[in-house]
Design a protein around this ligand. Structure first.
Ligand code: ATP
Length: 237
């Protein structure tokens, strides 16, 4: 079976700055694939390019066998690929429910109420405070909202950019365990994280990025136990 997502020799630049310098990786259906690496490695740029928010200089992005590198961002969502961006980007003055419904924008089916209920089951606090302005939420609650909103487009592939950013260890654990729950419910996940340990623990496969290139890859377990990764990314001697 061909991979759900196949990125081939992808290059992305901001003017003269080359942010992604020819990376290749695959995401199979049912996987949690984690991209880890230090600040500025090109992780966010990679996700934004897959989402159609940036255009590659070279390379291919095959989603279910179709090259989507020139497909507009709103059509990419329609193909079943959702993106929960870094920094959450929720709309603070709109209510929690209005934020969630924005994730279903463009959907024409009548399953939206059902999916709203599923989001409230996944994150009960969103249901309890559905009428509250989203800007009153804590960082962790806003992260739940961002993930819930991304799920409202009914994605086959969910891309999460730094879901643990700024969260307490406890909240981070909850978010990571929810990522696993989503996988168990049938969503394939591409996860970008600075917190390498947390991201590799739940990953079926991981890739390490350094200044725009993939330097190591393996199963989550292989990377967690590799000396090189432990020294450079897990802060161990
Ligand atoms: P972080 O975890 O810090 O977000 P990252 O791995 O996601 O890091 P990117 O945000 O993709 O890295 O950045 C990759 C490189 O591209 C960096 O050198 C960054 O400075 C540069 N870059 C990112 N966005 C822009 C931009 N809008 N204009 C110019 N350069 C940019």
């Amino acid at each position: 079976m061909s991979p759900m997502l196949e990125v081939k020799d992808l290059k992305v630049a901001y003017g003269k700055i080359q942010a992604v310098k020819g990376i290749s990786f695959t995401v199979d259906e049912g996987d949690i694939v984690s991209l880890i690496g230090t600040n500025g490695a090109g992780k966010t740029t990679t996700l934004r390019t897959i989402s159609g928010l940036l255009r590659p200089v070279a390379g291919q992005i095959l989603y279910q066998g179709q090259d989507i590198s020139t497909v507009p961002a709103h059509d990419i969502v329609g193909l079943g690929l959702a993106h929960s961006p870094e920094g959450r980007r929720i709309f603070p003055r709109m209510s929690v429910e209005e934020n969630l419904l924005l994730g279903a924008y463009g959907r024409k089916d009548d399953g939206i109420r059902k999916d709203l209920k599923a989001a409230y089951e996944l994150f009960p606090i969103l249901g309890e405070r559905s009428k509250q302005p989203a800007g009153t939420f804590s960082g962790g609650e806003q992260q739940m909202l961002a993930m819930g909103r991304a799920m409202m487009s009914r994605p086959k592939l969910l891309m999460l950019d730094e879901p643990s950013m700024g969260l307490s260890p406890l909240m981070m654990k909850r978010i990571m365990s929810t990522v696993t729950t989503l996988q168990e419910q049938g969503t394939t996940i591409l996860l970008v994280e600075q917190n390498a340990r947390a991201a590799l623990k739940i990953a079926t496969k991981g890739y390490v990025l350094e200044v725009g290139k993939i330097v190591t890859e393996g199963t989550g377990e292989e990377l967690l136990t590799s000396d090189e990764v432990r020294k450079a990314y897990l802060g161990e001697d």
